[in-house]
Design a protein around this ligand. Structure first.
Ligand SMILES: [Zn+2]
Length: 293
């Protein structure tokens, strides 16, 4: 009997160790209310030159291919990883060729699958220094949504951007424009792609939308939020580009401009007017919110 007792004891010990281990590894994520369009599928396509749309129906993710490996901008929500992978492979590229991961801002709908994708590809994560902490704690330190625990799998960045840095990789020069407000480290990306006909200047804009809970007079975790929104709205007014894209498909009207199975036509996304109108709307929203107590 003592033998059985001992082995029972050690079995219990192992069970406890496994239990503790799984508790430590479990990512208890704060439940979020995600619109259906975020996880709805959308056929990936070539936008212009070496730039492709690989996101979900509304969570825009962009693949830039280069001879040295590929760059993925935004990773969607926690459950978007497998869909993004399937899209990249459907276009004929290797998922493991992703070498750099970028994001327009560290919210759970754009960096949700970043930890998983980094684990699978070994890619380097590059993020604005002002969003690095939020990325590293799964959004818990976000000035609006934080404080309830991680909303996405925390992950550490490998490289930090400062105002107006450039990512030089595989012949691409991607200018990183710091557009703070929506998050402290939100940024837009400006770069050229070319096809056999011409060069296109592409803007992937982080449109400065304001969450309902934001107080422009200052938040405890972000006293300068109002000032930063004003800066960003102003800075974005002067941007010149050919093709306009952004963090959400709905923001730049992807589904009005493009249908699945459309032929390659980068001109679909030439829309300075649409961009100016959207920015004017956001400016109005900002001014209305300024008077809010
Ligand atoms: Zn956001």
């Amino acid at each position: 009997m003592p033998n059985l007792k001992n082995s029972l004891k050690s079995l219990l010990l192992i069970f406890n160790l496994v239990l503790v281990d799984s508790i430590l590894n479990a990512q208890e994520l704060v439940k979020t209310n995600n619109p259906a369009e975020w996880s709805q599928d959308y056929q990936p396509f070539r936008i212009a030159g070496n730039l492709y749309y690989v996101g979900t129906y509304d969570l825009a993710c962009y693949l830039i291919t280069t001879p040295n490996g590929n760059i993925l901008i935004n990773t969607g929500a926690q459950d978007s990883g497998p869909m993004i992978r399937a899209h990249i492979e459907a276009l004929g590229f290797k998922f493991s060729d992703i070498k750099i991961l970028l994001a327009t801002h560290a919210h759970f709908d754009h960096v949700g699958a970043m930890a998983d994708i980094q684990k699978m590809t070994g890619a380097r994560i590059m993020i604005n220094e002002e969003d690095a902490q939020v990325l590293a704690d799964g959004g818990n330190s976000d000035y609006v949504m934080g404080g309830k625990g991680p909303m996405f799998k925390p992950v550490k960045a490998d490289c930090l951007f400062h105002e107006k840095d450039t990512v030089n990789f595989g012949g691409m020069q991607i200018i990183v424009l710091h557009h703070p407000g929506h998050t402290k480290g939100a940024n837009s990306f400006l770069f050229n792609v070319k096809d056999e006909h011409r060069v296109y200047r592409v803007l992937i804009a982080n449109m400065p939308s304001i969450l309902d809970e934001t107080k422009l007079s200052g938040m405890p975790g972000y006293p300068n939020v109002g000032k930063d929104y004003a800066y960003t709205l102003n800075a974005m007014k002067d941007l010149k580009f050919d093709l306009w894209l952004s963090s959400h498909a709905s923001q730049f009207g992807l589904h009005e401009k493009h249908k699945p199975d459309d032929h390659y036509r980068p001109e679909q996304f030439i829309d300075q007017k649409g961009y100016d109108a959207e920015l004017a709307d956001l400016q109005k929203e900002y001014l209305e919110k300024l008077t809010e107590k």
